[in-house]
Design a protein around this ligand. Sequence first.
Ligand code: SAM
Length: 283
Amino acid sequence: MSAIDALPPLREVIASHGLSAKKSLGQNFLLDLNLTAKIARQAGDLRECDVLEVGPGPGGLTRGLLAEGARKVLAVEKDSRAMAALAEIAAAYPGRLEVLNADALEIDPTAYLTPPIRVVANLPYNIGTELLVRWLTPPDWPPFWQSLTLMFQREVAQRIVAQPGSKAYGRLAILAQWRTEARIVMDLPPEAFTPPPKVRSAVVHLKALPEPRFPARAATLQRLTATAFQQRRKMLRASLKGLHPQIERLLEGVGIKPTSRAEEIGLAQFCALARALDEVSPR
Ligand code: SAM
């Protein structure tokens, strides 16, 4: 294996900076720099792009992104123990790495980055879905990013690319496929991480579409799908009745049988129902 940079191996970095993994922060580190460079390559040519990385930890993926030529990386890390290790990387790549010791849920990355922007991250499992939903549901489209290249537990990755009728199909599939082209691009076994998690992981690449596939308001579609899939085995006329007193009429109006279940309904119909709900209860 060839070294991707002149910095010390990650095991040494972790030992010298006392970065023992904390479960509460979802810390499962990637220590193979050839693997992190491979993940960075899944995001495409980064040379003309700024990159947002959430949760750099000891910096394995950060080094992959920089070695692959990212114009600038903004790395947002909650764990202050990682700051010294990340400062060493910043020194090795002058002017190209900015590190924020912050909670990714609390900051506005656009204040630090210049378009075009891509997001690449090995996300902490406890905030991964929340961040993804936020990135997918701004009121306006296109978003601040061109693409998201994200590591998830494999089961979450499957929910993002799932099709109607499958067990994994739900809110995440609809929100992701509504506004992006989403595919699983890598599969990783637990042994790829230190410490190894209990489950397999996968990298999903989501490319922002210039326009959503069907018109709808993001907030309405989000509320509708969250409600519909909360009780996925129930008929829609029952699971959605809290959304509008005449939900049966609205369902029929957009060609959905009120006795059908959420997992049988495709993206186009969910968007049509979201529009119908907004027509009867405009905000
Ligand atoms: N990128 C590193 C890698 O691939 O080896 C670490 C990935 S580890 C799965 C997730 C990282 O996210 C940890 O470094 C953790 O401290 C950080 N993290 C957890 N919660 C965070 C938050 N709310 N905001 C920013 N970083 C967070």
